[in-house]
Write a protein that binds this ligand. Structure first.
Ligand SMILES: NC(=O)c1ccc[n+]([C@@H]2O[C@H](COP(=O)([O-])OP(=O)(O)OC[C@H]3O[C@@H](n4cnc5c(N)ncnc54)[C@H](OP(=O)(O)O)[C@@H]3O)[C@@H](O)[C@H]2O)c1
Length: 213
């Protein structure tokens, strides 16, 4: 698949590198693409660096959102024609101290952060994944054949569910499907499974026990 990485720091850099290693075509992007050249070089022949605009214009199959939450509104508005009917995988988290008022609004709202993203990127299909596990575990625990960590995820429809699951498995993590985007509250900052890096059964047990109440 062709995967556009929107924001290529701790999260986007690691995930893009893993996907390139797994054989996907990876477009690392940020507002300063000249700073991403060494990342793209290290990721190998399947990866390249470019600006955000070029990434959206490159007709990728999937876009990973791995930039600060506060950029969602602008990106959603500017590139709505380019990402229409594509899959958006949202790895962002709203942090008021970094993202300002919009993050506090979303944290206080009666919808989840991923529903906010889906509402903004409304011409795409949205899935939520990778936001609840620590950056160093995403970077260092991929491609394990045993003691795999589990990435919880949720998706808007069957196709986005299937593709997201496959992309998680391609980098050697296990998956735990949580449902649709209304079910992702437990992944949001300070909620039950936020920051948890666990094997499948332990994570499932935690999710099940939270959902019993
Ligand atoms: N760190 C974690 O443990 C963790 C775990 C899961 C999820 N997350 C979430 O994942 C996202 C990225 O976190 P990170 O730790 O990878 O951050 P990071 O290392 O600071 O990287 C952010 C990336 O986004 C780019 N960026 C910044 N502002 C942008 C904008 N307005 N438009 C487009 N790109 C922009 C940055 O490059 P330029 O400034 O050059 O554009 C950089 O490439 C955040 O929403 C974070 O909450 C973080």
């Amino acid at each position: 698949m062709k995967i556009g990485i929107i924001g290529s720091g701790n999260i986007g850099g690691s995930l893009g590198t893993h996907w390139a290693k797994a054989g996907h075509e990876v477009l690392f992007s940020s507002r300063h693409p000249e700073e991403l050249q060494s990342l793209a070089n290290a990721a190998g022949n399947n990866a390249q660096a470019m600006g955000i605009k070029e990434a959206f214009e490159a007709n990728a199959d999937v876009y990973l959102l791995a930039m600060p939450f506060k950029a969602i509104d602008d990106l959603a508005k500017t590139y709505s024609a380019q990402y229409a009917n594509k899959l958006i995988i949202d790895a962002t988290n709203p942090y008021p101290e970094r993202d300002g008022e919009i993050a506090q609004t979303v944290r206080d709202a009666n919808y989840t952060a991923s529903e906010y993203t889906a509402m903004k990127f409304s011409s795409a299909k949205t899935a939520k994944a990778f936001n609840s596990i620590k950056a160093e575990h995403l970077r260092d625990r991929a491609f394990r054949t045993s003691n795999k960590l589990t990435i919880p995820y949720a998706a808007q429809d069957l196709e986005s569910r299937y593709v997201t699951k496959q992309l998680i498995e391609d980098m050697g993590f296990e998956t735990l499907f949580l449902g649709n985007l209304t079910d992702t509250q437990i992944m949001d900052p300070e909620q039950a499974i936020y920051g948890k890096s666990l094997p499948h059964d332990e994570l499932k047990e935690m999710v099940d026990s939270v959902r019993m109440y």
